[in-house]
Design a protein around this ligand. Structure first.
Ligand code: NAD
Ligand code: MG
Length: 399
């Protein structure tokens, strides 16, 4: 029996955070919650702390931290506040595993702190890799961190790779006879909707994903397929390959989570229910397998199992992200920041669904794409791009 492992959950009140805590609770002899981290949701955080009894709870916002402290005053949980405390706690010597599941660029610095402390890092926050690819991966190697992909597609790909490549993806896919990564995506809720009516899509329609239950930002990204674009970039960094090595395949049923194609004609796929507890359990226990609370697929009840190519006229954000991936780091940092602002503006009903692409492409056109050598330079470009994107949103919403 392994000794109990101490886990920090970044983004504990979110969709991935809650699924992680569900898997931990099912395997309580093996994992203990060391710290929970969230943005502002005091009510949810209070419940989670009372259930999981962490040593620390950290909120992003001061007001929320004060309220949480009041709710937890009779418990052992110490309440802290702010990004610096998050970075500090993930690096503590008692911590074994860090789940990186804050949404968006806010996840970058605490995740890097876990990497720099050489932790086992379970990466759901794809945005951090999109923002800082090479620098991020270099730090993983330099600090001896273990990086396990949690995004279901990347987790699937990882599961389909030979063990030696799992241990060191820098050895290169070609050395092991891998000829392609086949990144699957459902196509989201508008796969078959009349393309001319996409501009009328409402927030409620966009966040209603047919197969997965997720946070709002990633749900909108799935509807525009920017999510697949971000995942394309994520795959390039995680598996040390080039854009030419990755194909996107639409698979509306979300049962195959992605595939790896080999030189001899074999294609290995990972399948399962569209339930994030499977990749989370895989990451927590790797290389062992633990109970995730997920039922296996029932093949007898599957009616359809289909595949198509993505249509870039329907999903222009996907094309934009793939082109950015080919262009380089600055372009993907810009795309990520612009998209976060555009999606937030769409969720606040300031702009329409198709305007998300307009914001992203206009911001990319207006940006100067220099080279980025440090995390500080990346953060500066991120901040500058957000400002530019806010101006473009303002302009579009006033027309
Ligand atoms: P969510 O919106 O449900 O949850 C986000 C979490 O981040 C919340 O706990 C929130 O409080 C926290 N947060 C937000 N801003 C913060 C800040 N500044 N400081 C600290 N905490 C902050 O999002 P989600 O769907 O759970 O997604 C989380 C991440 O995982 C995203 O990067 C997403 O792309 C990735 N991901 C999610 C899924 C999924 O099925 N939900 C699948 C693959 C990857
Ligand atoms: Mg995914």
């Amino acid at each position: 029996m392994n000794p109990t492992e101490q886990v920090v959950v970044l983004g504990a009140t979110g969709s991935i955070g809650l699924s992680t805590l569900d898997v931990i609770a099912r395997n309580a002899a093996r994992y203990q919650v060391y710290a929970l981290v969230a943005g502002q949701n005091v009510e949810q955080m209070t419940k989670l702390c009372l259930t999981h009894n962490p040593k620390f709870a950290i909120m992003d916002c001061e007001h929320a931290a004060r309220a949480l402290k009041e709710h937890l005053k009779h418990t052992r949980t110490e309440v802290l506040c702010g990004a610096q405390e998050m970075a500090h706690i993930v690096a503590h010597t008692d911590v074994d595993i860090v789940m990186s599941a804050i949404v968006g660029a806010a996840g970058l610095l605490p995740t890097l702190s876990a990497v720099e402390a050489g932790k086992k890092v379970l990466l759901a926050n794809k945005e951090s890799l999109v923002m800082s690819g090479q620098l991020f991966m270099d730090k993983v190697v330099r600090h001896g961190a273990t990086l396990l992909p949690i995004d279901s597609e990347h987790n699937a790909i990882y599961q389909c790779l030979p063990h030696a490549l799992q241990q060191d993806t820098n050895k290169g896919l070609n050395q092991f006879g891998v000829s392609k990564i086949l990144l699957t995506g459902s196509g989201g809720p508008f796969l078959t909707r009349d393309i001319n009516s996409l501009k009328e899509v409402t927030v409620e329609q966009a966040v209603a994903h047919p197969n997965w239950s997720m946070g709002q930002k990633i749900s909108v990204d799935s509807a525009t397929m920017m999510n697949k674009g971000l995942e394309f970039i994520e795959a390039k960094w995680l598996f040390a390959c080039q854009a030419e090595d990755i194909d996107v395949v639409i698979h509306p049923q979300s049962m195959i989570h992605s595939m790896v194609q080999y030189n001899d004609g074999s294609i290995i796929a990972q399948m399962g229910q569209p339930d994030m507890r499977t990749p989370i359990a895989y990451g927590l226990a790797y290389p062992e397998r633990i109970n995730a609370g997920v039922e296996p697929l029932d093949f007898a009840s599957i009616a359809d199992f289909t595949f198509t190519k993505p249509d870039f006229a329907r999903y222009p954000n996907l094309k934009l992200a793939i082109d950015a991936c080919k262009s380089g780091q600055a372009a993907t940092t810009v795309i990520n920041a612009a998209n976060e602002i555009a999606v937030a503006a769409f969720l606040k009903k300031q702009i329409g669904f198709c305007d998300i692409y307009r914001v992203n492409s206009q911001v990319l056109d207006k940006s100067i794409l220099g080279s980025l050598g440090t995390i500080d330079e990346i953060m500066a470009l991120d901040a500058q791009t957000r400002q530019l994107a806010r101006e473009v949103v303002e302009h579009i919403s006033n027309v």
